[in-house]
Write a protein that binds this ligand. Structure first.
Ligand SMILES: [Zn+2]
Length: 914
């Protein structure tokens, strides 16, 4: 019973206190002076009495400590009021400056330079000793060397951090507002419940997980959305949130984006046992309980904790009379790639809400129905939805704040009633992870030294290290049941705190039930995705192998000999950094070998660079050697080899983006930026202007829109222009592209310009669903693109593809005849039988044995279908990918199939001649 009892509270008994907290949480708050204006306004803004709870219908007045209204000028949840990020931060900073119970720490900067912060709220004593509590959690997070008795002694002294995240998705505007009020309430309210939360746990807050997107969305809201109160007249959000991606900031399995990476870094220093990510979508409050399919590698305790919290919140809120709180039926526990999973992936507990929202602060009538006009299933009673949402409702942002905050306070109530259980679970999950690595095979993984391209080994080790996974290097030869590996090989042992996570990343994903659907990808196996050799080791002696911990793996390249005139050779072993090298040596003459050749003791594959380095000691020679070495590539001074060569010209590259679907384009932009490729991002405005061939050599249309029509016609017409440009009032619009009116797409006139571009000798590259465009609109007359049948289901598995023209420049650096690629639900490309031999560059062998990781149902449907096609059109060509070689920050092994096409755009010969 000890854990139930709040400290420094003499009477009543522990059980009675709990009873009071549950039944009459507002009672002791009545002693404190309350803000009458707040109570009155909140009642007015809440659209039905049952949408308010006794936890949030009042706000204490604390002399000297500013409420949100004291700083912002309005109460949280005021209609038509959204707060810009700087004002949100300013509120927390002001609160922290006046309350010893609040502290703000900076954890980094966004792409656009905004400060990233975490706000801590707890009892004054706790805040004073925050570092001590951080250290306690660090001990429990890595219990190696901590005895059971020491853990028992530590747990009652430690305090769990309960971390809250709002605003990851920019149109989900309520939670960042709500969290400000919650912070104030936690800091000042005198009630038994809030006192217990302050004393027993530490609450921390990410005010806005995507600050750049927050400001852009608030601008967009005030410019276009604020007066729309008819649900049917609603329009979409701005073309961009953050710099690159939309929702995928919650699918970024490797935390490639700077804001999410900063949060992961903070996580690994502070180890909050619970992370709670608050989103907006389904009515009225959905609390995630970890439904199937569940990743079986994660600790089973986690799957008990999830419904424990969710059911408590549902029961509490239902008791307060709030309808529409439910659980169990939205999102699953399969992919480890969601932002908040940084907690469950690291032996903590992930929590997630969806709260009903209007995409802003405008009150509107919402009908809950399906696209065909029937009542939404979410309004139906189910065992997990005993009090369903209404079929029609007037909804306000204050309702959203009431629901979100009441839910969170209920969760904090539970956490503060059982802090020792939470800490004990956290400790045990961490310990279990280590023990499972000792008990259960595989016991580890070896990433052998001496792989052809060590830059991808470096990448892979870096991705594991980012997640806090320990990677060791063996100084001696490794001899295990699975074979012998050379000295310098990397070893990931499973008997470490994040050994389970290592397994999740490195193992083959076996989806548990093909009849289950999943919310995101089914396959992500790191070795396959990066085309790196990783060996699973079931020989437990691997655990005893001495290794040196790798903190930062930087493998310098192997430049042999001084670059001397005329040539210096750089081997194309498949490194994605070949394109970086080419761009870094912009001014140099770089040629590519079309056949393999030998120089010194290195076999240089086709696609290797021959760089005219000038005389030894010249500036160019020095630059070449430095670039080769720093990029981890292999080079050698050589005489010109006796093989055909072509110049590697840098194309004038345009990347086309619709205004309505910028995310997948964003991932390609991100990869191009990371590898230092220069390009123009162009929109319908530029394409319609025409004369594309005079300005560009290559137009790249990344996967987007889902269909050819969507790419051509894009954002639907409305009665008013939808401007996305910067003005004095709206400073955050117009980033990454500007438009007076984003509606209408390139239209047929834009399409004609693309056709002209290709006919005049340009190269058009289409990735993934963008390949519907040339097929459906007849740019490539003989190619058809269709969709798989309803029986086909491929949520991002990794499958085998067969390279049919290994000497084609697109495959420079690829050594095998078959390669792993990611394939999702389409398109299915096809071309006439007589053209296949010449124009189909890569195909899917299909069949069950070709599914390497994840789920593909009915894999026979892709059997022998083209994966990449090259078609001549006029003087130019179209290269169509059924795959998306640049999918998120994930398909690193495929990036080169795009990079090679960019570098060798004018060196592919006549397609008909192949
Ligand atoms: Zn969301």
């Amino acid at each position: 019973m000890r854990s139930l009892s709040p400290p420094r509270r003499t009477a009543p008994t522990a059980l009675a206190v709990l009873f009071v907290l549950i039944a009459f949480p507002q009672i002791s708050a009545a002693q404190q002076q309350q803000d009458a204006d707040f109570a009155r306004m909140v009642r007015e803004w809440t659209t039905r009495p049952e949408f308010l709870s006794p936890l949030v219908d009042h706000l204490a007045v604390a002399p000297g400590v500013p409420s949100p209204k004291d700083v912002l000028g309005y109460h949280i949840g005021a209609p038509k009021k959204l707060t810009y990020y700087a004002d949100i931060l300013n509120y927390y900073r002001t609160l922290a400056s006046r309350s010893p119970r609040v502290r703000v720490v900076t954890i980094g900067k966004t792409d656009e330079g905004r400060e990233l912060a975490v706000v801590f709220i707890a009892a004054e004593e706790t805040i004073r000793n925050l570092d001590l509590y951080r250290d306690y959690l660090g001990r429990l997070a890595d219990p190696r060397g901590l005895s059971e008795a020491e853990a028992r002694d530590l747990i009652p002294r430690a305090k769990p951090i309960y971390h809250l995240i709002g605003g990851l998705h920019s149109p989900e505007t309520g939670p960042p507002e709500m969290l400000m009020e919650l912070a104030y309430r936690l800091a000042v309210e005198d009630s038994a419940l809030i006192g217990q939360i302050r004393d027993k746990i530490i609450v921390s807050i990410t005010p806005v997980a995507e600050p750049d997107g927050r400001d852009r969305y608030v601008d967009w809201y005030y410019r276009h959305l604020v007066d729309i109160d008819d649900e049917r007249a609603r329009i979409g959000g701005p073309p961009y949130w953050g710099k690159y991606v939309y929702h995928d900031n919650n699918r970024d399995i490797h935390y490639s984006q700077v804001s999410t990476r900063a949060l992961l870094k903070w996580y690994l220093e502070w180890h909050p046992p619970i992370m709670h990510d608050i989103h907006e979508s389904v009515p009225y409050l959905y609390t995630f309980s970890g439904q199937a399919p569940q990743n079986p590698t994660l600790d089973p305790i986690l799957y008990g904790e999830l419904p424990w919290f969710a059911n408590f919140e549902m029961a509490q809120m239902t008791k307060y009379g709030m309808p529409g709180v439910w659980t169990h039926a939205f999102v699953d526990m399969w992919s480890p790639g969601y932002l908040g999973f940084m907690s469950s992936n690291h032996n903590g507990l992930l929590r997630m809400y969806e709260v009903f929202g209007n995409g802003g602060a405008t009150t509107m009538k919402r009908k809950l129905e399906t696209a065909s006009g029937r009542p939404s299933p979410q309004t139906e009673r189910e065992w997990y939805r005993p009090s369903p949402p209404y079929k029609e409702v007037e909804w306000s942002i204050r309702n959203n704040v009431n629901y979100g905050q009441t839910g969170v306070l209920s969760a904090l109530q539970l956490a503060s009633a059982f802090p020792e259980v939470i800490l004990d679970n956290f400790y045990r999950k961490s310990r279990n992870s280590i023990e499972s690595g000792r008990k259960d095979a595989p016991h580890g993984y070896v990433i052998p030294a001496g792989q052809r391209d060590m830059t991808r080994v470096e990448l892979l080790a870096g991705l594991l290290r980012t997640q806090g996974i320990e990677v060791g290097r063996a100084a001696v030869e490794i001899k295990v049941k699975e074979g012998t590996f050379p000295p310098g090989s990397l070893v990931v042992k499973r008997d470490q705190p994040y050994g389970r996570l290592a397994k999740i990343f490195l193992e083959k994903q076996e989806f548990p039930d093909p009849n289950l659907r999943t919310y995101d990808d089914t396959g992500w196996t790191l070795g396959l995705a990066t085309h790196t050799e990783v060996r699973e080791i079931s020989d437990s002696s691997i655990l005893d192998l001495p290794v040196e911990m790798v903190t930062e793996l930087k493998l310098p390249g192997k430049p042999a000999g001084a670059p001397s005139g005329p040539d210096y050779a750089v081997a194309h072993f498949g490194s994605n950094r070949m394109i970086t090298l080419r761009y870094r040596l912009k001014g140099a003459v770089v040629r590519a070998a079309e056949k393999p050749f030998q120089a010194g003791d290195v076999e240089f594959p086709a696609g290797s660079f021959l760089i005219s380095a000038g005389p030894p000691g010249s500036a160019v020679a020095g630059e070449v050697r430095t670039a080769v070495e720093s990029l981890g590539l292999t080079g050698s001074a050589t005489a010109p080899p006796p093989v055909p060569l072509h110049e590697v010209d840098l194309p004038r590259l345009a990347v086309y983006s619709t205004w309505g679907s910028t995310q997948e384009v964003g991932w390609v932009r991100h990869a191009l930026d990371q590898f230092e490729v220069t390009y123009d991002l162009v929109f319908k405005e530029r394409v319609r202007q025409g004369n594309l061939r005079a300005a560009y050599d290559v137009v790249l249309i990344p996967n987007q829109g889902g269909s050819a029509k969507r790419i051509v016609y894009d954002v639907e017409g409305r009665d008013k222009p939808l401007a996305y440009n910067r003005t004095e009032q709206f400073r955050y619009l117009g980033a990454y592209g500007e438009s007076e009116d984003i509606r209408g797409g390139m239209g047929l006139e834009g399409l004609m310009e693309l056709q002209k571009f290709v006919r005049d000798g340009g190269v058009l590259i289409t990735l993934g669903s963008a390949s519907f465009l040339p097929a459906d609109f007849g740019l490539t007359r003989s190619v058809n693109a269709s969709r798989p049948s309803a029986q086909f289901y491929a949520p991002g598995p990794i499958v085998e593809a067969e390279i049919l023209h290994p000497d084609h420049p697109i495959f420079y650096g690829y050594a095998g005849k078959t390669v792993p690629v990611r394939y999702a639900n389409g398109p299915l490309l096809d071309l006439p039988e007589e053209e296949k031999a010449r124009r189909m560059l890569m195909k899917f062998p299909g069949g069950d044995q070709a599914v390497l990781s994840g789920l593909m149902k009915n894999p026979g449907e892709i059997k022998d279908r083209p994966a990449i096609i090259e078609v001549p059109v006029g003087k130019g060509r179209v290269i169509m990918y059924a795959t998306n070689p640049c999918y998120r920050w994930q398909t690193h092994g495929e990036f080169n199939m795009l990079f090679n096409a960019i570098l060798h755009f004018n060196d592919m010969g006549a397609p008909a001649g192949r």
